[in-house]
Design a protein around this ligand. Structure first.
Ligand code: SF4
Length: 175
């Protein structure tokens, strides 16, 4: 599967990528404190805590898989101001993430995709009153699973940030 994914990635403007063993990934409760105290999106969608479930449940779900593909794309954020506006620049990243997810799912293969930041697929999220409208397109935030993205970039020898005009978005596919 790794070779197939690697070949498929060449169809997209992926900036950097790395294959990891799930055993190399650390899940930590302390990320939840940052989500709760510093993120405007906490408790606002099914892609964020606490909607994604406990860190222990997220870890258990992730550890059902052996391998992971971690990848990044770049978007321009020149003259973009505010968290919501920055979130809108990740549309291309989300489209690429979805295509890679669908490719991995071909033939009924089981996999789990996590992506960057929050979910903004719907104008108004159903959270917490009704189930997610688009469970096949909604990919929880990597950090919501208790995973530190900067630790993954370090592990993968990838860039974590570039400059003020360019934003890096990350996704993590468990397969
Ligand atoms: S897909 Fe829609 S309902 Fe589901 S988490 Fe995203 S915004 Fe909410």
């Amino acid at each position: 599967m790794q070779e197939k994914l690697e070949a498929f990635l060449t169809n997209f403007p992926v900036y950097e990528y790395s294959f990891l063993d799930v055993d190399q990934i650390t899940f930590t409760q302390r990320v939840r404190t940052i989500c709760r105290e510093e993120c405007d999106r906490y408790g606002s969608t099914w892609a964020c805590p606490p909607g994604v479930g406990s860190v222990a449940a997220c870890e258990e779900k992730s550890r059902q898989y052996k391998h992971a593909l971690f990848f990044s794309t770049i978007s321009s954020c020149k003259d973009v101001v505010g968290f919501e506006a920055i979130l809108e620049t990740k549309a291309e990243h989300e489209a690429i993430t979805q295509k890679i997810y669908e490719f991995c799912r071909q033939g009924g293969r089981d996999c789990l995709m996590l992506s960057s930041e929050s979910c903004n697929l719907c104008e108004s999220c159903t959270y917490p009153d009704a189930p997610c409208r688009l469970p096949e397109k909604m990919h929880p935030c990597i950090e919501s699973y208790g995973i530190v993205v900067s630790a993954l970039t370090e592990l993968s020898h990838m860039d974590y940030c570039l400059d003020e005009e360019h934003m890096l978005w990350f996704s993590l596919l468990f397969f």
